[in-house]
Write a protein that binds this ligand. Structure first.
Ligand SMILES: Cc1cc2nc3c(=O)[nH]c(=O)nc-3n(C[C@H](O)[C@H](O)[C@H](O)COP(=O)(O)OP(=O)(O)OC[C@H]3O[C@@H](n4cnc5c(N)ncnc54)[C@H](O)[C@@H]3O)c2cc1C
Length: 401
């Protein structure tokens, strides 16, 4: 305990000197700011020194081993660090699929050479990763994927198409599932492969969404030569690695869309109640519409309860517990909660909640409309809600097929 207090004091001292004060409480652009990578865009620019200083200390991945660029912190020390960052209202120095998906998967399934090659670059934010799972004919039924990888000496030759690859146009490397044995039972002929997006034969075409943005792409592989040493786990044994990564992805989605409620609260009270005061306030501090009042209170309470549950799971994960089928439960709940929250925000703002462009709307209002539309995709990405409910029925509740 005394050690932990010493750690807190040292952390406070270091942050006092190194955390750029201009970043405190700043909302970051949803798709920018701190994703890192070769084409990193630092907005605002102080994000760059903030990332570099935190990476130098290993605190972009606080609990990962020091030998790979992590901070080597114990779970309770990492919690202290989170608390101190939150107290100072500092944005996360780095986010993305490296930290949340492929990094944890490499730590568990990668060999020593793969860990030494990729994990330090993830921790320093040098390489941005994307995920090549879905295909035009394989989404919910992922094991039906058809992208082929044929052995040619020390390489595989990869041919096929992936779709809905989030941020493929901004990423440097991709982790993909490929079919290496077309004769085996479908789950058994799949291999998990890492591919450099600069490799000859990789091409990316962005797809435009209802929100007016284009955060994902179709990714094509035409005779792409990939070294066999880029296989994670066993050849034809990629399904196990793929499922473990999906557990991390679903936990990440739950965390991003529902589990961060406590942090949002820390950044200035209850956002929905603040919005209601702004658009519907009558000066008394109380809303006239009792039904809306009730809906806001329910949403805020559900958010906080869920945040605490996610926090508990996060602590368990830091202590070495790998996310299992319960990550499906979190994913369903978080995405439904996010849809409720964004829907309520738009209702509260009334006509100003439907801004698309033009001088009649503030940037924040246009952003709110787009977030509401973007939330429609939450119950599809990372595996649809129907699929999660199937997993919960079978693996959590033990119901028969
Ligand atoms: C915002 C966003 C980002 C994404 N990012 C990525 C990414 O980076 N990389 C990547 O690989 N993929 C990504 N995806 C793709 C996502 O994983 C797939 O869209 C998802 O798995 C569903 O697959 P599908 O679109 O082919 O739908 P389908 O599988 O065709 O499903 C269509 C409908 O049928 C239902 N359904 C299907 N099977 C069953 C069943 N057995 N029981 C009950 N209902 C069923 C589904 O729930 C759905 O409603 C992203 C998707 C979105 C929306």
């Amino acid at each position: 305990m005394a050690d932990l207090e010493t750690f807190r004091t040292q952390t406070q001292g270091w942050l006092e000197v190194n955390a750029p004060k201009s970043l405190a409480g700043l909302p970051l652009a949803p798709d920018g700011g701190n994703w890192g990578g070769r084409r990193a865009h630092f907005d605002p620019p102080e994000m760059k020194p903030w990332l570099e200083r935190m990476a130098e200390r290993g605190w972009t991945a606080p609990t990962w081993p020091r030998e790979y660029g992590g901070g080597g912190l114990e779970t309770d020390q990492a919690k202290v660090l989170r608390e101190e960052l939150s107290r100072l209202r500092m944005p996360s120095p780095l986010t993305g699929f490296g930290l949340t998906m492929i990094g944890p998967t490499l730590l568990r399934y990668g060999n020593e050479e793969q860990k030494r090659e990729h994990i330090p670059k993830i921790c320093r934010g040098e390489i941005r990763w994307c995920q090549g799972y879905s295909e035009p004919g394989a989404g919910s039924d992922l094991a039906s994927l058809q992208t082929r990888a044929e052995r040619d000496g020390d390489d595989f030759i990869v041919t096929g198409t992936k779709v809905w690859t989030s941020y493929a146009d901004l990423s440097d490397w991709i982790f993909v599932l490929v079919r290496t044995d077309p004769r085996a039972k479908k789950q058994e002929g799949i291999t998990f492969l890492l591919i450099d997006m600069d490799a000859p034969g990789v091409s990316v075409s962005p797809i435009l969404l209802i929100s007016g943005k284009s955060p994902f792409s179709e990714t094509r592989f035409e005779q792409v030569r990939v070294p066999v040493r880029n296989v994670i786990g066993e050849i034809d044994g990629g399904w196990t690695v793929a499922k473990a990564l999906l557990g991390h992805e679903r936990s990440m989605i739950a965390d991003a869309f529902g589990g961060g409620a406590g942090q949002r609260k820390g950044r200035g009270g209850s956002p929905l109640a603040d919005l209601a005061r702004r658009y519907l306030g009558n000066g008394s501090g109380r809303l006239n519409d009792a039904v809306l009042r009730d809906e806001i209170a329910r949403c805020e309470l559900d958010e906080r309860a869920f945040h605490l549950t996610v926090q508990r799971a996060r602590d368990a994960a830091k202590a070495g517990h790998q996310p299992g089928a319960e990550s499906s439960l979190f994913k369903v709940y978080a995405t439904e909660l996010n849809k409720r929250r964004t829907e309520l925000a738009v209702r509260i703002a009334g006509p100003q909640g439907l801004g698309w462009e033009g001088p009649g709307f503030e940037a924040e209002e246009i952003d709110r409309t787009r977030q509401w539309l973007r939330a429609r995709g939450n119950s599809i990405e990372g595996g649809t809600s129907e699929i999660q409910l199937n997993i919960i029925a079978k693996r959590v509740l033990g119901l028969p097929d």
